[in-house]
Structure formats: structure tokens, C-alpha cells
Ligand binder design. Structure first.
Ligand code: PRX
Length: 642
């Protein structure tokens, strides 16, 4: 342990400034990057793109026909080539690319050479199954190296992947398979979760019952669980890999060719397939990853997200591997076999950078500091936060007990749609205010605006928007261009609406306040109220349902549901639990409501719109706001009396 705890950071009246030692060693330490990028945004992103290996350089950095952007027009490259091949010509080929820690303590290290070989082989497997450039492949896997291998193999042959989080239910998987018209599904026999096995293959089998596009299922053996293998359709990963040739040339992709689809919740019951393309996305994620995490060759970088979310795509797979980083990948949960698992892992691998979520930090707070204190965390030098606003109390706890008052914290704001981090400190340049994601990344123009799309004055609240296109921006919603235009670009022409509310403070710092649309952020994961509502009304006893996000000490927000039952249905004893289980079955455990309130009627406006604001007040036991537009005031009275 170092003597001077303050070398990384210095506190000055509630603002935390980069320490001299951190600054001296940092990658980006010149203030002028901000001004230069602001003066010539296109030039900035043009220069940034030179960090990648291109088969053919681009003719033009940006073609902007709002709301449609093309970045690096005419450029040709391959994402897998950039994450693998180009590292093989230097000493990096023997560097650890992925250090895998399994839930039960098994460990596996893949060097860049190893990862290259496995990705090439699996790309050949996919080809042998008839997967061609442009065909979609769905990946439903646990947090094991094969998830990254599968993604990179798809990228190698130009087949867009759609990764579905392993915690999603069979039905959620089915919807996503159908929407993407996937040709191949990659899954595993199961996934370990706190010592038991989640039956992924079984879920996959029931999902497949309703989708007819999938020709083959490749099954990775992880748990050793017995599974049904359908003759002619299902194949074992390890058997196919044995037969596969070692080399598969990376397909030459256009900068604007689709790299992947990732489904996210919106304000309707149907998840949106957010489409990301190759060139801009790779430039965005690799630049931000290197600059924000101050990446050094010797770092052991650990992002605790699941590959099923955008954080896993951008900051476990594509960004770090394009940068030749050593990425730690952990399969399990923070409390298995004990509540010190994260700290044990950090000590075991001497992790230097930790990127996690506020909900995890609040959980650790609840468990108390004795768990991190029982391990040597002195290897850590930088901490990150993502997924939801971090409350200042959690920030301070993270700073003190994990960073040991030594590590800067980068609170990174971004979205599935933005692809890359948009607001964040640069650790050697930005003074930190606990709870604020600070300022936009160089070359990114974010603003807080009022109803009319006009920037608010410093010190005011408003809607968070992105003013100018950025390289890793989504290009469309898969198969639904109208939805892309209407959801993101219709409030104010040419301006991207994030769905978040924010405050722009006196110093020009941004404070994200949370969603202003009907999206709930549960433990950093987005859930549309409409999705939970449609899962509830799918139950035979339910007539109508309305869901809201309710503040929750650990999860940030939890789902609360107001349910009206069909005529003659009795609440009885088990109905509440049954409905909660029904939602978990339809969507996944993350959407399970914490509370269900039964009510004979829902509070609605005279035009029939459910008054969610009132429901929020009721769920949180607050004084009721304005009820003058309510059609029938007695409904609220009845709800309050419960
Ligand atoms: O509300 C914001 C919140 O998460 C939303 C995006 O969710 P998703 O697409 O699932 O991506 C999560 C991981 C990037 C945003 O609209 N959010 C994300 N990061 C932060 C945040 N809110 C406040 N501070 C953050 N750092």
C-alpha cells in the first residue's frame, strides 16, 4: 500500500481534482483537447478514426442528412480484424486478451493469439452452417469467453449479431429471434447462477417453438447439464470447433454495414432493435475506452456488465479489444460463494480499473465495508460507474472504501442508442463532483433544453439532448425506420432526444435526473412500463394494468404495478405472487414487480390517459400532486385508503 493516499486525486471543498501523480502519467492531460474538438468536430473524429486499421480509407468523415448519418463514408474495415489480427504483429499476440473467472473459481486465460484462433475457427463453423454476410445470428449465452468469441466471429464474416441477455425469458428470446429473423442461435446447455443452473437450452427450445427462421442451434457445453439436441438442427460447439479450419479471412465491410442489433426497451410493449454499424461505432468505442479509462498496456481492466447489454458490447468486447487491453470477464454474481467475491477477484488478478454500476455499489454499501477491507485492493487506480445516476452517498462510499481515496471515479452517461460514452470526466483533466457525470466527451455536443428545444440557462433543468451527430450513434431501429425517426428525432427536428431529464449547473456540469418517458431503470437496466403492462394483461385474471418506477434503495428504481382484475376474479391468497411470477416468466426476473396494488379502477384523465404521476405519488406515499384533470377523483381516494 502506498504511503500517500492522495496521489490519484485531491479533494477541495466537495470537488475532487486530479492528483499530480495521476496527471503526470495520464494519457490525455492537455486541456486543449476540448477546445480543439469543439472548434473542428469533424476534424477531431477524422483524426480519431486513424487509430483503427482500415482496408480502405474513408472519403468523407460525415454525411449528415438529419436524422440519418453516415460516418467514414466509403471506408472499409472489419471489427474483428481490428480487435484481433492487428495485435498479432507485435508482442501483444502473447498478451492476455481475456482473463476469465468462472463462478466456481475456474479460470481461463486467452491471449490475443488464442482468441484469434478461436474466433477464426468459430467463424468457419458459422460459414459451414450457411451463415453469410448480412445474415443475423442470435447469441444467448452466459458470461463466458464463448460469448465474445461468437460476437467477434459474427463480425468477422459480416453477420450482424443480436445478443440477448441470458436473464431474459424464453418468450423475450422468441420475440427477439422473430424480429431479427435469425438464421442461427448460439446458446449453452446452461448457465451457473449462485451454484444452481439456469436452463438456457431449455429456454431456447421453447423460444424456438414459435420462430421458424432459425436453421441451426450451436450449443456450448458449460454446465454439463443434460439437454435435448434436436437431430439436424442442434450442434455441439466443441464438436464443430474440432472440425473447423484455423483461418478465416476477415470480410471487408463497409463503414456503414451493420455490426449488430441490440434490443432495448422503449415506451411501447415491443422492444426496439437498435442498429449499430461498423466504422463509427468502432471509432467511438475505442477512443472513449482508451481516453476515459486512461488505458495502459499493463492494465487489468474489469467491466462487470453482462455482454447482453450495450456496456458489455462496447466496453468488454469491442472497445477494449480494439485497444489491445487485458479484459477480465467474470461469470457470476457479487455474492457467490460469499459477499467478498469482487474484492477477491481484484486481489487475485491485481485489477487496476473497475467499471461497475451504482446498484452494485449500493448493494456493497448495505453489506458494509468489512468485505472490501478483507482484501488487498491497492492495485486499483481508476473506478467507473454506469447505468443510472449515482447518488452522492454511493459515490463517496465507492471513493472511500473501494478507491481508498486514491482513485478517480469516471461517472459515464450514455445509452444503448449512443453506443459510446457521451458524458464523462477525463480522469486527468476533469474535477469531479459526486453525482454528476460532469461534461461531454470531446467532440460530443450535449445540451439541456426546454420544451421548445432551446438551451436552458446554467442552473436550470430540462430535457437532455444531443445536438450533433456522433460516430457511434444508432443508425435506425431494425426494420422500423419510422420508429427511429419518431422516437428520437421528432420532438425537435435534427436534435436527438435521449429520454432523460437533466440539470445543467452553474459550472456547466451535467446532472442526469433520470428518464422522463415511460421507461423504468431497474438496477441500471431499462424496462418499458408498457412491456410489464402487456405481460400483466396477458394473465387471464387481469383486466387492466399500469406500471410505474418507484424509488428503491438498492435498485435505484423498482417496478410497482396497479392492477384491475376482471369481473368476478377474487384476489385470494396467491394471486399477487402468481402475477409477479407471470411477469418474470414473460420477460425475465429483472422485470418482476416489487409491489402490486389491486384497484377497482385506474386513475385516468378525462381523455382516458392513465395518470402515472398520481400512481407514483401513491406508490411512494407522497402528498398527491395536481388532480384537477382526473376524471373520477374517488378512484384515487380508494387507492390511497388501501
Ligand atoms: O437514464 C439514463 C441511464 O440509463 C439510460 C440508458 O440505459 P441503457 O440504454 O440500458 O444503457 C445503460 C448503459 C449505458 C439513460 O438514458 N444512465 C446510464 N448511465 C447513466 C445514466 N443515468 C445517469 N448517470 C449515468 N452515468
Amino acid at each position: 500500500m502506498r504511503e500517500d493516499k492522495r496521489e490519484g486525486i485531491v479533494e477541495e471543498s466537495k470537488v475532487f481534482k486530479p492528483g499530480a501523480e495521476f496527471k503526470a502519467r495520464a494519457l490525455v492531460r492537455e486541456e486543449k483537447v476540448y477546445e480543439e474538438a469543439a472548434r473542428d468536430r469533424i476534424g477531431f473524429w477524422g483524426q480519431a478514426a486513424e487509430r483503427l486499421d482500415w482496408f480502405k480509407p474513408w472519403d468523407k468523415v460525415l454525411e449528415w442528412d438529419p436524422p440519418f448519418a453516415q460516418w467514414y463514408v466509403g471506408g472499409k474495415l472489419n471489427a474483428s480484424y481490428n480487435c484481433l489480427d492487428r495485435h498479432l504483429t507485435s508482442w501483444r499476440r502473447n498478451k492476455a486478451a481475456i482473463i476469465f473467472e468462472g463462478e466456481y473459481g475456474d479460470s481461463r486465460v486467452l491471449t490475443y493469439q488464442d482468441l484469434y484462433r478461436e474466433v477464426n475457427q468459430f467463424a468457419n463453423v458459422l460459414k459451414s452452417l450457411g451463415v453469410n454476410k448480412g445474415d443475423r445470428v442470435t447469441i444467448y449465452l452466459p458470461m463466458i469467453p464463448e460469448a465474445a468469441i461468437a460476437m467477434l466471429a459474427c463480425a468477422r464474416i459480416g453477420a450482424p449479431h443480436s445478443v440477448v441477455f441470458g436473464g431474459f425469458s424464453a418468450e423475450a428470446l422468441r420475440d427477439r429471434l422473430i424480429d431479427a429473423k435469425a438464421k442461427v442461435l448460439i446458446t449453452s446447455d446452461g448457465s451457473f447462477r449462485r451454484g444452481s443452473v439456469v436452463p438456457l437450452k431449455e429456454n431456447a427450445d421453447s423460444a424456438l417453438a414459435g420462430s421458424d427462421s432459425v436453421e441451426h442451434v450451436v450449443v456450448v457445453q458449460r454446465t454439463g447439464t443434460e439437454v435435448n439436441m434436436k437431430e439436424g438442427r442442434d450442434l455441439w460447439y466443441h464438436e464443430q470447433m474440432q472440425k473447423a479450419a484455423l483461418e478465416c479471412q476477415a470480410e471487408e465491410m463497409d463503414a456503414e454495414d451493420m455490426l449488430f442489433i441490440l434490443y432495448t426497451s422503449g415506451t411501447t410493449g415491443k422492444p426496439k432493435g437498435v442498429v449499430h454499424t461498423t466504422g463509427g461505432y468502432m471509432v467511438g468505442v475505442s477512443t472513449t475506452h482508451e481516453w476515459i479509462f486512461d488505458l495502459k498496456e499493463e492494465d487489468v481492466y474489469w467491466c462487470t456488465a453482462d455482454v447482453g447489454w450495450i456496456t458489455g458490447h462496447s466496453y468488454i468486447v469491442y472497445g477494449p479489444l480494439a485497444n489491445g487491453a487485458t479484459v477480465l470477464m467474470y461469470e457470476g454474481t457479487p455474492d457467490y460463494p460469499a459477499k467478498d467475491r469482487f474484492w477477491e477477484i481484484i486481489e487475485k488478478y491485481r485489477v487496476t480499473i473497475l467499471y461497475t454500476a451504482p446498484t452494485a455499489i449500493r448493494t456493497f454499501m448495505k453489506w458494509g465495508p468489512s468485505y472490501p477491507e478483507s482484501h488487498d485492493l491497492s492495485s486499483l487506480r481508476l473506478l467507473g460507474s454506469v447505468g443510472e445516476p449515482i447518488n452522492p452517498e454511493a459515490w463517496m462510499w465507492y471513493y472511500k472504501h473501494i478507491g481508498q481515496e486514491r482513485c478517480p471515479i469516471v461517472d459515464t452517461w450514455w445509452q444503448t442508442e449512443t453506443g459510446m460514452i457521451m458524458m464523462t470526466p477525463l480522469p486527468a483533466l476533469t474535477a469531479l463532483k459526486p453525482g454528476s457525470c460532469t461534461v461531454p466527451f470531446p467532440g460530443v455536443k450535449v445540451e439541456v433544453v426546454d420544451h421548445d428545444g432551446r438551451p436552458v440557462a446554467k442552473g436550470s433543468d430540462g430535457y437532455l439532448v444531443v445536438r450533433e451527430p456522433w460516430p457511434a450513434m444508432l443508425r435506425t431501429v431494425y426494420g422500423d425506420q419510422n420508429r427511429y425517426v419518431n422516437t428520437y428525432w421528432s420532438n425537435w427536428p435534427g436534435i436527438y432526444f435521449t429520454g432523460d431529464g437533466a440539470r445543467w449547473d452553474e459550472d456547466g456540469y451535467f446532472w442526469v435526473l433520470g428518464r422522463v418517458d415511460d421507461v423504468i431503470n431497474v438496477s441500471g437496466h431499462r424496462i418499458g412500463t408498457a412491456e410489464v403492462e402487456s405481460a400483466l394483461v396477458d394473465h387471464p385474471s387481469v383486466a387492466e394494468a399500469a406500471c410505474i418506477g418507484k424509488s428503491h434503495e438498492v435498485k435505484g428504481q423498482a417496478v410497482a404495478a396497479f392492477v384491475t382484475l376482471k369481473e368476478g376474479v377474487d384476489v385470494g391468497n396467491g394471486l399477487m405472487d402468481e402475477l409477479k411470477a407471470h411477469v418474470a416468466k414473460k420477460i425475465g426476473a429483472l422485470a418482476r414487480p416489487d409491489d402490486i396494488f389491486f384497484t377497482p379502477e385506474l386513475p385516468k384523465t378525462r381523455s382516458g390517459k392513465i395518470m402515472r404521476r398520481l400512481l407514483r405519488d401513491i406508490a411512494e406515499g407522497r402528498a398527491l400532486g395536481d388532480t384537477t384533470t382526473l376524471a373520477d377523483a374517488s378512484v384515487v381516494q380508494a387507492l390511497r385508503d388501501k
